[in-house]
Ligand binder design. Structure first.
Ligand code: HEC
Ligand code: HEC
Length: 410
């Protein structure tokens, strides 16, 4: 009798559970999902990985010798810096301490995690897509990547911070001794060649223990510092990123590959919303959760931006197309619950905040103090919001919470 009652309880639950699994199987089939696969990577030379790691961690490459890649891509923070926007050369400390210090040049965008960046399908880098793959070519602000010897788009993306004024080069008043800054006067493509000869000289002739250490690591890499090119640095860093940072094992991928126990019931319902009524998949596509295209969700401008008058015009900075103003690359959502804050300028502190903003931007502004600039200009950003967001079809708190719990499994 007791068994009978417990069966009565279990059976409907089972039917319910299997029906969500059944529905998700259809989703997986329709969208051709395979789960994130660490082994499908861009071309890379594993021999270069130790050198890449050393370069990634080294402050020697920056103009003021005070900034390394890991300053803004911290290991303990899943390779972001935890700040709304990053603090580059001239700054001190790591993470929040860098803000407290109050010096350093702002890089007015939110840092990206590096998981999945070495996957072969990862096609567009940076919020505005300044590095992109277009029919096998690597297109970028420093010209064609393959012709310059870059193994992959990630390799090219890995050297752009070195050529950027705010991330690495520095400003005259900040670092008087800094020879790298003269590179800053030129167009990006010129900067590439100037930075190559500058770094070649620095690395092959500078004196001191740290430099000696770095030169030792070059020995195992087949690259001679005297013949170094910036593309060698990019190829080495990307080899490291592919070798050590690319791989993410998440619960959703396990589910897609057949482990139906890896998600909670709530996460399964959330997944169904993500691919169904929530319409998230129209932009956050595939195993990397991005269409690698550009859209506006109407994110308000922050105080600082890369474009004229401290704005951030997003994609139109690169495409020079008026229609692309305020559009940003759809960010990959791999590891997203571990990489706050969110949005291209870190305007959103929590996942709840940014997801709700896709559905309805009004609550975000309820308690917001408008600056004069925002008060008179936000309308044009609001009107750039993608029409695709109007198809999102969700109404209850329960559904919203399910969706957020799915984001914690990817
Ligand atoms: C001052 C902080 C800072 C430093 C230093 C820095 N980054 Fe970044 N990184 C960022 C920010 C901010 C972004 C997003 C910028 C944008 O999209 O315009 C980013 C984006 C990237 C991306 C693109 C990821 C994507 O999905 O589009 C890669 C790759 C990257 N950084 C690698 C590096 C490497 C390699 C170095 C060292 C050579 C480095 N970064 C140094 C802050 C930094
Ligand atoms: C029209 C395309 C589009 C749709 C549909 C869409 N997103 Fe986004 N999403 C974006 C863009 C673009 C950004 C970055 C916006 C910015 O920075 O201004 C973003 C940002 C995010 C972020 C923050 C990621 C980060 O690293 O900062 C999350 C989380 C997110 N979206 C989840 C969702 C969810 C959940 C849905 C479904 C309810 C959804 N998105 C639907 C385009 C879209």
């Amino acid at each position: 009798m007791r068994l009978f009652f417990s069966l009565l309880l279990i059976i409907p639950f089972r039917i319910f559970a299997s029906s969500i699994d059944f529905k998700l199987d259809k989703v997986i089939e329709i969208y051709g999902l395979q789960g994130f696969n660490c082994n499908i990577t861009q071309p890379s030379d594993p021999l270069l990985s130790p050198l890449g790691e050393a370069l990634f961690e080294s402050k020697l490459l920056s103009g003021g010798q005070d900034t390394s890649c890991s300053t803004c891509h911290l290991k303990e923070l899943n390779r972001v810096d935890g700040l709304p926007i990053s603090v580059g050369v001239g700054g001190h400390g790591e993470g929040v301490n860098r803000l407290k210090h109050g010096k350093g040049i702002l890089v007015p965008r939110n840092s990206f995690t590096l998981a999945g960046r070495g996957h072969s399908n990862y096609k567009t880098y940076f919020w505005d897509g300044k590095v992109e793959v277009e029919s096998e070519r690597i297109v970028s602000i420093i010209g064609d990547g393959k012709g310059k010897g870059f193994h992959s788009p990630l390799a090219l993306a890995s050297v752009l911070p070195i050529l950027a004024r705010d991330e690495f080069l520095g400003l005259l008043e900040n670092t008087q001794e800094n020879e790298m800054i003269s590179i800053n006067d030129s167009y990006y493509e010129d900067r590439y060649f100037k930075a190559t000869s500058f770094l070649r000289k620095q690395i092959s002739t500078s004196e001191g223990d740290e430099w000696d250490e770095l030169r030792k690591i070059f020995i195992g890499s087949k690259i001679e510092p005297e013949n170094l090119k910036l593309s060698d640095i990019g190829n080495a860093i990307s080899a490291f990123l592919i070798d050590k940072e690319n791989c993410v094992e998440n619960k959703w991928s396990q589910y897609v590959r057949g482990n139906k126990e890896s998600l909670t019931e709530q996460q399964k319902q959330g997944a169904f919303l993500f691919y169904g009524k929530g319409r998230c998949v129209s932009c956050h596509q595939g195993d990397l959760f991005s269409d690698f295209n550009f859209h506006s969700i109407g994110t308000p401008q922050g105080e600082f931006g890369v474009s004229i008058y401290g704005q951030d015009l997003g994609r139109s900075e690169i495409s020079l197309n008026y229609e692309d103003r305020f559009k940003f690359k759809t960010p990959s959502l791999l590891n997203v619950s571990k990489t706050k804050p969110y949005g291209h300028n870190g305007a959103f502190q929590t996942l709840d905040e940014i997801v709700l903003f896709h559905l309805n931007p009004m609550p975000f502004f309820k308690n917001k103090e408008w600056t004069e600039k925002e008060l008179y200009s936000y309308g044009r950003i609001l009107s750039s919001r993608s029409k695709m967001l109007s198809y999102i079809d969700m109404f209850t708190k329960e559904e919203f919470d399910q969706l957020i719990s799915f984001l914690e499994a990817i």
